[in-house]
Design a protein around this ligand. Sequence first.
Ligand code: 4AD
Ligand code: MG
Length: 431
Amino acid sequence: MKVFIKNIKDYVGQEVTLEGWLYNKRSSGKIKFLIVRDGTGFIQCVVSKKDISEQEWDIIDKLHQESSIRVVGKVSFFEKAPYCKHELTVSKFELVSNSQEDYPISHKEHGIDFLLENRHLWLRTPKQNAIMKIRHRIIKSCRDFFDNKGFVLVDAPIFTPNACEGTTELFEVKYFDDSAYLTQSGQLYMEAAAFALGNVYCFGPTFRSEKSKTRRHLTEFWMIEPEMTYIDLEDNLKIQEEMVSYVVQEVLKSCQDELKILERDTTKLENIKAPFPRLSYTDAVELLKSEGSNIEWGSDLGAPDETIIASKYDKPVFIHRFPTICKAFYMKPDPENPDVVLGADLLAPEGYGEIIGGGQRIDDYDLLLQRIKDHNLPEDAFKWYLELRKYGSVPHGGFGMGIERCTAWICGVEHVRETIPFPRTIYRIYP
Ligand code: 4AD
Ligand code: MG
Protein backbone atom coordinates (compact mmCIF):
# COMPACT_ATOMS: atom_id res chain seq x y z
CA MET A 1 0.00 0.00 0.00
CA LYS A 2 1.27 3.49 -0.91
CA VAL A 3 1.44 5.77 2.13
CA PHE A 4 2.78 9.17 3.10
CA ILE A 5 5.40 9.45 5.82
CA LYS A 6 3.23 11.80 7.85
CA ASN A 7 0.72 8.95 8.27
CA ILE A 8 3.28 6.24 8.96
CA LYS A 9 2.26 5.77 12.60
CA ASP A 10 -1.03 4.25 11.43
CA TYR A 11 0.79 1.39 9.68
CA VAL A 12 2.94 -0.16 12.39
CA GLY A 13 3.49 -3.86 11.59
CA GLN A 14 2.30 -3.47 8.02
CA GLU A 15 4.16 -3.51 4.74
CA VAL A 16 3.95 -0.17 2.90
CA THR A 17 5.39 1.55 -0.15
CA LEU A 18 7.04 4.96 0.15
CA GLU A 19 7.82 7.14 -2.86
CA GLY A 20 10.28 9.91 -2.31
CA TRP A 21 13.88 11.00 -2.38
CA LEU A 22 17.06 9.94 -0.66
CA TYR A 23 17.93 12.67 1.83
CA ASN A 24 20.92 10.97 3.42
CA LYS A 25 22.65 7.61 3.61
CA ARG A 26 25.13 5.82 5.83
CA SER A 27 26.48 2.31 5.85
CA SER A 28 27.58 -0.05 8.56
CA GLY A 29 28.81 -3.31 7.10
CA LYS A 30 25.90 -5.29 5.80
CA ILE A 31 23.32 -2.66 6.87
CA LYS A 32 22.51 0.63 5.20
CA PHE A 33 20.49 3.43 6.74
CA LEU A 34 18.62 5.57 4.24
CA ILE A 35 16.87 8.74 5.27
CA VAL A 36 13.97 9.04 2.89
CA ARG A 37 11.82 12.12 2.49
CA ASP A 38 8.55 12.39 0.57
CA GLY A 39 7.56 16.00 1.23
CA THR A 40 5.28 15.03 4.08
CA GLY A 41 8.14 13.92 6.33
CA PHE A 42 11.47 12.20 6.81
CA ILE A 43 11.99 8.59 7.90
CA GLN A 44 14.88 6.21 8.46
CA CYS A 45 14.78 3.11 6.26
CA VAL A 46 16.97 0.19 7.26
CA VAL A 47 18.28 -2.09 4.52
CA SER A 48 19.92 -5.42 5.41
CA LYS A 49 21.94 -7.10 2.68
CA LYS A 50 20.23 -10.41 3.43
CA ASP A 51 16.75 -8.98 2.79
CA ILE A 52 17.23 -7.73 -0.77
CA SER A 53 18.79 -8.84 -4.03
CA GLU A 54 22.46 -8.31 -4.89
CA GLN A 55 21.40 -6.00 -7.69
CA GLU A 56 19.29 -3.80 -5.38
CA TRP A 57 22.17 -3.69 -2.87
CA ASP A 58 24.57 -2.49 -5.59
CA ILE A 59 22.20 0.22 -6.71
CA ILE A 60 21.81 1.49 -3.14
CA ASP A 61 25.57 1.42 -2.77
CA LYS A 62 25.97 3.84 -5.67
CA LEU A 63 22.97 5.98 -4.81
CA HIS A 64 23.57 9.75 -4.72
CA GLN A 65 21.85 12.21 -2.44
CA GLU A 66 18.40 13.28 -3.71
CA SER A 67 17.92 10.29 -6.00
CA SER A 68 14.23 9.56 -6.38
CA ILE A 69 13.35 6.14 -5.05
CA ARG A 70 10.54 3.77 -4.21
CA VAL A 71 10.92 1.53 -1.17
CA VAL A 72 8.75 -1.24 0.23
CA GLY A 73 9.13 -2.30 3.82
CA LYS A 74 7.61 -3.03 7.18
CA VAL A 75 6.86 -0.19 9.58
CA SER A 76 7.99 -0.40 13.18
CA PHE A 77 7.79 1.98 16.11
CA PHE A 78 11.23 2.97 17.40
CA GLU A 79 11.34 5.79 19.92
CA LYS A 80 14.94 6.71 19.15
CA ALA A 81 14.62 6.68 15.36
CA PRO A 82 15.66 9.99 13.81
CA TYR A 83 12.95 12.33 12.45
CA CYS A 84 9.72 10.44 13.12
CA LYS A 85 9.99 7.74 15.84
CA HIS A 86 9.28 5.09 13.22
CA GLU A 87 11.45 3.04 10.92
CA LEU A 88 11.00 1.06 7.75
CA THR A 89 12.69 -2.33 7.36
CA VAL A 90 13.18 -2.47 3.61
CA SER A 91 12.28 -5.58 1.61
CA LYS A 92 12.25 -4.09 -1.88
CA PHE A 93 14.01 -1.15 -3.45
CA GLU A 94 13.54 0.62 -6.75
CA LEU A 95 15.48 3.50 -8.27
CA VAL A 96 13.25 5.96 -10.12
CA SER A 97 15.93 8.45 -11.16
CA ASN A 98 19.51 8.64 -10.02
CA SER A 99 20.57 12.08 -8.87
CA GLN A 100 23.88 13.36 -10.15
CA GLU A 101 26.86 13.16 -7.89
CA ASP A 102 27.27 16.90 -7.55
CA TYR A 103 24.07 17.73 -5.61
CA PRO A 104 25.04 21.17 -4.28
CA ILE A 105 23.50 21.11 -0.80
CA SER A 106 25.39 18.66 1.35
CA HIS A 107 24.90 17.98 5.03
CA LYS A 108 27.64 20.47 5.92
CA GLU A 109 26.96 24.09 6.85
CA HIS A 110 26.48 26.41 3.89
CA GLY A 111 26.57 30.21 3.68
CA ILE A 112 23.29 32.08 3.24
CA ASP A 113 24.14 33.43 -0.23
CA PHE A 114 24.89 29.95 -1.47
CA LEU A 115 21.63 28.64 -0.02
CA LEU A 116 19.60 31.46 -1.56
CA GLU A 117 21.27 30.84 -4.92
CA ASN A 118 20.08 27.24 -4.56
CA ARG A 119 16.67 28.05 -3.14
CA HIS A 120 15.00 25.59 -5.55
CA LEU A 121 16.91 22.80 -3.78
CA TRP A 122 17.24 24.34 -0.32
CA LEU A 123 13.45 24.05 0.02
CA ARG A 124 13.94 20.26 0.35
CA THR A 125 15.61 20.47 3.77
CA PRO A 126 13.73 19.83 7.05
CA LYS A 127 13.81 23.42 8.35
CA GLN A 128 12.68 24.95 5.07
CA ASN A 129 9.97 22.29 4.81
CA ALA A 130 8.79 23.22 8.29
CA ILE A 131 8.70 26.96 7.54
CA MET A 132 6.68 26.41 4.34
CA LYS A 133 4.18 24.22 6.19
CA ILE A 134 3.72 26.78 8.95
CA ARG A 135 3.33 29.50 6.33
CA HIS A 136 0.59 27.42 4.72
CA ARG A 137 -1.15 26.99 8.09
CA ILE A 138 -0.95 30.73 8.79
CA ILE A 139 -2.51 31.57 5.41
CA LYS A 140 -5.20 28.92 5.85
CA SER A 141 -6.05 30.14 9.36
CA CYS A 142 -6.31 33.76 8.21
CA ARG A 143 -8.65 32.74 5.43
CA ASP A 144 -10.69 30.46 7.68
CA PHE A 145 -10.94 33.28 10.21
CA PHE A 146 -12.49 35.69 7.72
CA ASP A 147 -14.53 33.06 5.86
CA ASN A 148 -16.07 31.94 9.17
CA LYS A 149 -17.07 35.52 9.86
CA GLY A 150 -18.78 35.83 6.49
CA PHE A 151 -16.20 38.08 4.81
CA VAL A 152 -16.18 37.84 1.02
CA LEU A 153 -12.86 37.18 -0.71
CA VAL A 154 -12.34 39.77 -3.45
CA ASP A 155 -9.17 39.69 -5.52
CA ALA A 156 -7.47 43.03 -6.07
CA PRO A 157 -5.68 43.82 -9.35
CA ILE A 158 -1.88 43.61 -9.63
CA PHE A 159 -1.51 46.26 -12.36
CA THR A 160 -2.56 49.61 -10.95
CA PRO A 161 -2.62 53.15 -12.28
CA ASN A 162 -1.62 54.76 -8.97
CA ALA A 163 0.33 54.53 -5.73
CA CYS A 164 -1.22 53.43 -2.45
CA GLU A 165 1.61 53.43 0.06
CA GLY A 166 4.02 56.14 -1.15
CA THR A 167 5.32 57.01 -4.58
CA THR A 168 8.98 56.32 -3.79
CA GLU A 169 8.39 52.59 -3.53
CA LEU A 170 6.57 51.94 -6.79
CA PHE A 171 7.62 49.44 -9.42
CA GLU A 172 6.82 50.93 -12.79
CA VAL A 173 6.14 48.49 -15.62
CA LYS A 174 5.51 48.95 -19.32
CA TYR A 175 1.84 48.64 -20.10
CA PHE A 176 1.50 48.67 -23.88
CA ASP A 177 2.26 52.26 -24.90
CA ASP A 178 1.78 53.49 -21.38
CA SER A 179 3.08 52.60 -17.96
CA ALA A 180 1.46 51.04 -14.91
CA TYR A 181 2.57 50.16 -11.41
CA LEU A 182 2.65 46.86 -9.59
CA THR A 183 0.29 47.02 -6.64
CA GLN A 184 1.61 48.02 -3.22
CA SER A 185 -1.62 47.06 -1.47
CA GLY A 186 -5.12 45.96 -2.45
CA GLN A 187 -6.64 48.32 0.10
CA LEU A 188 -8.11 51.00 -2.16
CA TYR A 189 -9.89 48.32 -4.20
CA MET A 190 -11.10 46.64 -1.02
CA GLU A 191 -12.72 49.94 -0.01
CA ALA A 192 -14.73 49.90 -3.25
CA ALA A 193 -15.52 46.20 -2.69
CA ALA A 194 -16.60 46.81 0.92
CA PHE A 195 -19.06 49.48 -0.20
CA ALA A 196 -20.49 46.88 -2.56
CA LEU A 197 -20.35 43.73 -0.42
CA GLY A 198 -19.90 44.70 3.22
CA ASN A 199 -16.97 42.97 4.90
CA VAL A 200 -14.38 41.76 2.41
CA TYR A 201 -10.74 40.71 2.23
CA CYS A 202 -8.09 40.16 -0.36
CA PHE A 203 -5.02 38.02 -0.22
CA GLY A 204 -2.34 38.46 -2.78
CA PRO A 205 1.19 39.48 -3.66
CA THR A 206 2.24 43.09 -3.23
CA PHE A 207 5.31 44.89 -4.47
CA ARG A 208 7.53 47.59 -3.00
CA SER A 209 10.72 48.82 -4.59
CA GLU A 210 12.16 49.41 -1.16
CA LYS A 211 15.91 49.76 -1.20
CA SER A 212 16.07 48.50 2.37
CA LYS A 213 18.21 45.47 3.04
CA THR A 214 16.81 44.76 6.49
CA ARG A 215 15.69 41.37 7.75
CA ARG A 216 12.08 42.56 7.46
CA HIS A 217 11.92 43.73 3.86
CA LEU A 218 11.14 41.95 0.64
CA THR A 219 10.32 43.61 -2.69
CA GLU A 220 7.52 41.09 -3.24
CA PHE A 221 5.48 39.90 -0.29
CA TRP A 222 2.01 38.55 0.45
CA MET A 223 -0.58 40.44 2.40
CA ILE A 224 -4.01 39.64 3.81
CA GLU A 225 -6.15 42.78 3.76
CA PRO A 226 -9.66 42.89 5.24
CA GLU A 227 -11.82 45.98 4.84
CA MET A 228 -14.90 46.60 6.98
CA THR A 229 -17.78 49.08 6.81
CA TYR A 230 -19.46 50.90 9.69
CA ILE A 231 -16.61 50.27 12.09
CA ASP A 232 -14.35 52.46 14.21
CA LEU A 233 -10.70 52.08 15.17
CA GLU A 234 -11.42 50.05 18.30
CA ASP A 235 -13.62 47.57 16.35
CA ASN A 236 -10.76 47.24 13.90
CA LEU A 237 -8.16 46.50 16.61
CA LYS A 238 -10.46 43.90 18.17
CA ILE A 239 -10.67 42.00 14.88
CA GLN A 240 -6.88 42.18 14.53
CA GLU A 241 -6.13 40.77 17.97
CA GLU A 242 -8.75 38.09 17.52
CA MET A 243 -7.28 37.10 14.14
CA VAL A 244 -3.67 37.02 15.36
CA SER A 245 -4.64 34.97 18.44
CA TYR A 246 -6.57 32.54 16.26
CA VAL A 247 -3.69 32.14 13.81
CA VAL A 248 -1.10 31.52 16.55
CA GLN A 249 -3.32 29.03 18.38
CA GLU A 250 -4.09 27.18 15.12
CA VAL A 251 -0.37 26.89 14.36
CA LEU A 252 0.24 25.59 17.89
CA LYS A 253 -2.52 23.04 17.39
CA SER A 254 -1.43 21.67 14.03
CA CYS A 255 2.27 22.39 13.59
CA GLN A 256 3.95 21.00 16.73
CA ASP A 257 6.34 18.83 14.70
CA GLU A 258 7.37 21.75 12.52
CA LEU A 259 7.86 24.07 15.51
CA LYS A 260 10.07 21.40 17.09
CA ILE A 261 12.22 21.14 13.94
CA LEU A 262 12.67 24.91 14.12
CA GLU A 263 13.47 24.69 17.84
CA ARG A 264 10.85 27.38 18.47
CA ASP A 265 10.23 28.23 22.11
CA THR A 266 6.48 27.63 22.02
CA THR A 267 5.86 28.90 25.56
CA LYS A 268 6.23 32.39 24.06
CA LEU A 269 3.42 31.62 21.60
CA GLU A 270 1.02 29.96 24.03
CA ASN A 271 0.50 33.31 25.69
CA ILE A 272 -0.65 35.02 22.49
CA LYS A 273 -4.31 35.53 23.30
CA ALA A 274 -6.50 38.64 22.93
CA PRO A 275 -6.67 41.31 24.25
CA PHE A 276 -3.35 42.90 23.29
CA PRO A 277 -2.02 46.03 24.98
CA ARG A 278 -2.56 49.42 23.31
CA LEU A 279 -0.11 52.29 23.52
CA SER A 280 -0.52 55.66 21.86
CA TYR A 281 2.33 56.88 19.66
CA THR A 282 2.76 59.86 21.97
CA ASP A 283 3.14 57.59 25.01
CA ALA A 284 5.46 55.34 23.01
CA VAL A 285 7.74 58.33 22.29
CA GLU A 286 7.81 59.19 26.01
CA LEU A 287 8.69 55.59 26.82
CA LEU A 288 11.46 55.56 24.22
CA LYS A 289 12.90 58.83 25.55
CA SER A 290 12.95 57.41 29.06
CA GLU A 291 14.95 54.50 27.64
CA GLY A 292 17.55 56.90 26.23
CA SER A 293 16.33 57.08 22.63
CA ASN A 294 16.66 60.46 20.86
CA ILE A 295 13.43 60.05 18.90
CA GLU A 296 11.41 63.27 18.47
CA TRP A 297 7.62 63.45 18.28
CA GLY A 298 6.72 63.41 14.57
CA SER A 299 9.24 60.90 13.27
CA ASP A 300 8.34 57.34 12.40
CA LEU A 301 9.44 54.53 14.70
CA GLY A 302 12.63 52.82 13.57
CA ALA A 303 13.27 49.10 13.97
CA PRO A 304 15.31 49.61 17.19
CA ASP A 305 12.46 51.72 18.64
CA GLU A 306 9.97 48.97 17.83
CA THR A 307 12.21 46.41 19.52
CA ILE A 308 12.44 48.50 22.71
CA ILE A 309 8.67 48.94 22.89
CA ALA A 310 7.93 45.28 22.13
CA SER A 311 10.40 44.13 24.81
CA LYS A 312 8.10 45.64 27.45
CA TYR A 313 5.33 43.17 26.63
CA ASP A 314 4.96 39.42 26.19
CA LYS A 315 2.15 39.89 23.65
CA PRO A 316 1.94 41.88 20.44
CA VAL A 317 1.32 45.57 21.14
CA PHE A 318 -0.73 48.14 19.20
CA ILE A 319 0.80 51.57 18.67
CA HIS A 320 -2.06 53.86 17.73
CA ARG A 321 -2.56 57.48 16.70
CA PHE A 322 0.65 58.12 14.78
CA PRO A 323 1.42 61.67 13.63
CA THR A 324 -0.52 62.46 10.46
CA ILE A 325 2.72 63.41 8.68
CA CYS A 326 4.17 59.86 9.13
CA LYS A 327 1.30 58.04 7.54
CA ALA A 328 -0.38 57.44 4.17
CA PHE A 329 -2.70 60.00 2.57
CA TYR A 330 -5.90 58.01 3.20
CA MET A 331 -5.59 57.78 7.02
CA LYS A 332 -8.37 59.56 8.86
CA PRO A 333 -7.23 62.30 11.27
CA ASP A 334 -8.47 61.94 14.83
CA PRO A 335 -11.33 64.47 15.24
CA GLU A 336 -10.07 65.12 18.78
CA ASN A 337 -6.56 65.92 17.55
CA PRO A 338 -6.05 66.16 13.77
CA ASP A 339 -2.25 66.03 14.20
CA VAL A 340 -2.63 62.28 14.68
CA VAL A 341 -4.48 59.66 12.67
CA LEU A 342 -6.91 56.94 13.69
CA GLY A 343 -4.51 54.23 12.66
CA ALA A 344 -2.41 51.61 14.41
CA ASP A 345 0.52 49.30 13.82
CA LEU A 346 0.75 45.96 15.56
CA LEU A 347 4.27 45.13 16.75
CA ALA A 348 5.11 41.46 17.22
CA PRO A 349 6.99 40.38 20.35
CA GLU A 350 10.64 39.29 20.43
CA GLY A 351 11.87 42.04 18.10
CA TYR A 352 10.01 40.95 14.94
CA GLY A 353 8.64 44.45 14.44
CA GLU A 354 5.50 45.65 12.70
CA ILE A 355 3.37 42.83 11.33
CA ILE A 356 0.13 44.78 10.77
CA GLY A 357 -0.65 48.30 9.62
CA GLY A 358 -4.19 49.63 9.42
CA GLY A 359 -6.83 52.08 10.56
CA GLN A 360 -9.79 54.26 9.67
CA ARG A 361 -9.98 55.69 6.14
CA ILE A 362 -10.91 59.28 5.36
CA ASP A 363 -14.60 59.13 4.47
CA ASP A 364 -15.06 62.82 3.60
CA TYR A 365 -14.67 63.83 -0.07
CA ASP A 366 -13.16 67.29 0.44
CA LEU A 367 -10.65 66.17 3.03
CA LEU A 368 -9.54 63.22 0.91
CA LEU A 369 -9.10 65.45 -2.14
CA GLN A 370 -7.04 67.85 -0.03
CA ARG A 371 -4.82 65.03 1.22
CA ILE A 372 -4.29 63.71 -2.33
CA LYS A 373 -3.16 67.20 -3.33
CA ASP A 374 -0.95 67.58 -0.24
CA HIS A 375 0.80 64.33 -1.16
CA ASN A 376 1.26 65.47 -4.78
CA LEU A 377 -0.64 62.45 -6.04
CA PRO A 378 -2.22 62.51 -9.52
CA GLU A 379 -5.85 63.46 -8.93
CA ASP A 380 -7.19 61.83 -12.09
CA ALA A 381 -5.84 58.39 -11.13
CA PHE A 382 -7.82 58.66 -7.88
CA LYS A 383 -11.07 59.82 -9.45
CA TRP A 384 -12.75 56.47 -8.82
CA TYR A 385 -11.43 56.33 -5.24
CA LEU A 386 -12.76 59.81 -4.53
CA GLU A 387 -16.15 58.86 -5.97
CA LEU A 388 -16.58 56.32 -3.18
CA ARG A 389 -16.89 59.37 -0.91
CA LYS A 390 -19.46 60.96 -3.21
CA TYR A 391 -21.92 58.10 -3.41
CA GLY A 392 -22.89 56.88 0.03
CA SER A 393 -19.72 57.22 2.08
CA VAL A 394 -19.62 55.45 5.45
CA PRO A 395 -17.08 55.12 8.26
CA HIS A 396 -14.81 52.23 7.30
CA GLY A 397 -11.41 50.77 7.90
CA GLY A 398 -9.23 47.75 7.63
CA PHE A 399 -5.69 46.52 7.88
CA GLY A 400 -2.96 44.57 6.16
CA MET A 401 -0.89 41.80 7.66
CA GLY A 402 2.33 40.79 5.93
CA ILE A 403 2.39 36.98 5.78
CA GLU A 404 6.18 36.74 5.74
CA ARG A 405 6.71 38.92 8.82
CA CYS A 406 4.04 37.01 10.67
CA THR A 407 5.61 33.71 9.60
CA ALA A 408 9.08 34.87 10.66
CA TRP A 409 7.77 35.70 14.11
CA ILE A 410 5.75 32.52 14.63
CA CYS A 411 8.60 30.33 13.30
CA GLY A 412 11.23 32.27 15.23
CA VAL A 413 13.19 32.75 12.01
CA GLU A 414 15.54 35.73 11.93
CA HIS A 415 14.98 36.92 8.34
CA VAL A 416 11.84 37.15 6.17
CA ARG A 417 13.72 35.79 3.14
CA GLU A 418 13.31 32.25 4.52
CA THR A 419 9.55 32.63 4.98
CA ILE A 420 8.58 32.96 1.30
CA PRO A 421 9.24 30.17 -1.21
CA PHE A 422 11.26 32.30 -3.63
CA PRO A 423 12.31 35.59 -2.02
CA ARG A 424 12.73 38.76 -4.05
CA THR A 425 14.97 41.36 -2.51
CA ILE A 426 16.88 44.34 -3.78
CA TYR A 427 19.80 42.06 -4.72
CA ARG A 428 17.99 38.88 -5.68
CA ILE A 429 15.52 37.81 -8.33
CA TYR A 430 17.01 34.33 -8.95
CA PRO A 431 15.94 31.50 -8.89
O1 4AD B 1 1.89 49.14 6.79
P1 4AD B 1 1.65 48.79 5.36
O2 4AD B 1 2.44 49.52 4.33
O3 4AD B 1 0.09 48.99 5.15
C1 4AD B 1 -0.60 48.87 3.98
O4 4AD B 1 -0.15 48.48 2.92
C2 4AD B 1 -2.07 49.14 4.12
N1 4AD B 1 -2.58 49.59 2.82
C3 4AD B 1 -2.75 47.89 4.61
C4 4AD B 1 -4.24 48.06 4.80
O5 4AD B 1 -4.64 48.81 5.64
N2 4AD B 1 -5.03 47.36 4.01
O6 4AD B 1 1.90 47.23 5.15
C5 4AD B 1 1.17 46.30 5.90
C6 4AD B 1 2.04 45.16 6.33
C7 4AD B 1 3.18 45.54 7.28
O7 4AD B 1 2.73 45.65 8.60
C8 4AD B 1 4.13 44.37 7.09
O8 4AD B 1 3.68 43.24 7.81
C9 4AD B 1 3.97 44.08 5.62
O9 4AD B 1 2.72 44.58 5.22
N3 4AD B 1 5.04 44.71 4.83
C10 4AD B 1 6.12 44.07 4.35
N4 4AD B 1 6.52 42.80 4.46
C11 4AD B 1 7.66 42.44 3.85
N5 4AD B 1 8.42 43.28 3.12
C12 4AD B 1 8.06 44.58 2.98
N6 4AD B 1 8.80 45.40 2.23
C13 4AD B 1 6.86 45.03 3.60
N7 4AD B 1 6.21 46.21 3.67
C14 4AD B 1 5.10 45.99 4.42
MG1 MG C 1 3.21 50.13 7.98
